[in-house]
Design a protein around this ligand. Structure first.
Ligand code: AMP
Length: 130
């Protein structure tokens, strides 16, 4: 069965898209730790990030860097943190999280409760500087 992220790639499930290339996609996490918490994925369904082969792996990292710079430029934070967890969704993804303190990237913390309108506005703001 297709992963939830493959369904997003295929347009079967909506997302708040931040940026896209032929092989990669960035969209907002629906349960964000911070405003601008973004997931960066390879479009092909590969479970484990560190199984992604070159040249896609390098392409994904370069794409993530571009997205991170746009998050940094638009969101309130000291810098953008990057995390790989992957325990919930078996489709490789990188978390990009605006942080000002180490606890801002603590996944055991309560998530923000943002409306669809707020998420749409955040995605637009980040997308506009990419
Ligand atoms: P993990 O696999 O542990 O890295 O966590 C998966 C992440 O994907 C979590 O932060 C979820 O909030 C996020 N997530 C799950 N489903 C969706 C979705 N449909 N759209 C956006 N983010 C999602």
């Amino acid at each position: 069965m297709a992963s939830i992220f493959t369904k997003i790639v295929q347009g079967e499930i909506p997302c708040h898209k931040v940026a896209e290339t032929d092989n990669c996609l960035a969209f907002l996490d629906i349960n964000p730790l911070a405003k601008g918490h973004t997931l960066v994925i390879p479009k092909p369904e590969i479970d484990y990030l560190f199984d992604v082969q070159e040249p896609l792996y390098g392409e994904l990292m370069t794409f993530a860097q571009k997205v991170a710079k746009a998050i940094d430029a638009t969101m309130t934070c000291e810098r953008v943190g990057m995390a790989v967890v992957g325990l919930e969704v078996p489709h490789a993804h990188i978390h990009l999280i605006p942080i000002s303190h180490v606890h801002d990237i603590d996944f055991s913390r309560p998530k923000l409760d943002l409306t669809q309108e707020e998420l749409a506005a955040i995605a637009k703001e980040i997308a506009e500087v990419i």
